[in-house]
Write a new protein. Structure first.
Length: 265
């Protein structure tokens, strides 16, 4: 039978990692995000090795590893980009504006901690419920692994293209197919985590936690794409090349003819 106490442990670890957000609130949603997922994955692995989850097998450890890889890749990439790229630091400062009050930071800290635990809870519930590996879990693992790979390749391609053309958005390779392939990869990763748990969820609490967390992360990705588009329109809106590219390339889901998330003039 699953135990809320274990979710409390993961929540405490997430809060500890997300303390970086009190330095700069955007870190709650970026650096704290990736490292929280990684630390939760590591905690699941350690608890399994200690025998707390005796049912943990190869598929479980693969999911723990995916959490760790996902988290360190994402937060590591964001840290390196902020440290090395002055233009990105300027864009980040413009996008986030001034710092927010401490009480707002406190709310964000707690909310993000809950969200990150909820996002990873599908894997935790399989452990809590004592469920062995299944085809559903392996399908979810494959989707998540593909999502990580897509994100990593998209980030690398964007960095290379921006280095060549800092005055234009990335438009080649994966960006020919979709304007935000990294956001699509993010959605795929969490789709895999959700799919991997669909055959083992027990009771309304587990179903509600997993489904709401998935809906929230998809909403956050679409919202992020919308805000990115708004910034790009402000910077490149008078550029004919950008307008032609944006009007014919889906914004977040490949081959889905949704080209804009903001009203166009």
């Amino acid at each position: 039978m699953w135990n809320w106490t274990h979710l409390g442990i993961f929540f405490a670890l997430s809060l500890l990692v997300c303390l970086c957000g009190f330095k700069k609130y955007v870190y709650f949603m970026s650096i704290g995000y990736g490292f929280s997922v990684a630390v939760i994955g590591a905690a699941m692995a350690v608890m399994s090795l200690l025998g707390i989850y005796p049912n943990a097998g190869l598929a479980h450890y693969v999911q723990f590893a995916l959490f760790i890889i996902y988290g360190f890749r994402l937060s590591g990439f964001l840290l390196i980009r902020e440290i090395k790229n002055a233009a990105y630091r300027k864009t980040l400062a413009e996008a986030t504006g001034s710092e927010v009050p401490v009480f707002v930071k406190f709310f964000m800290w707690v909310f993000m901690g809950i969200l990150y635990v909820s996002q990873t809870s599908g894997v935790a519930f399989r452990l809590f419920n004592g469920e062995a590996a299944s085809l559903c879990q392996w399908i979810g693992i494959a989707i998540s692994a593909f999502g990580i790979g897509l994100e990593a390749v998209a980030d690398q391609q964007k960095s290379q293209q921006k280095a060549k053309r800092p005055d234009m958005v990335a438009t080649e390779q994966l960006y020919k197919i979709v304007r935000c392939p990294n956001y699509f990869g993010e959605i795929l990763f969490w789709t895999g985590v959700t799919v991997s748990a669909l055959d083992i969820l027990q009771g309304a609490g587990q179903w509600i936690t997993v489904i709401i967390a998935y809906i929230l992360i998809v909403f956050i990705m679409f919202n992020g794409a919308q805000r990115l588009e708004k910034r790009q329109m402000a910077r490149y809106g008078n550029n004919a090349e950008y307008k032609a590219y944006a009007d014919k390339t889906p914004i977040i889901i490949p081959f889905l003819p949704v080209y804009h998330l903001n009203k166009q003039n």
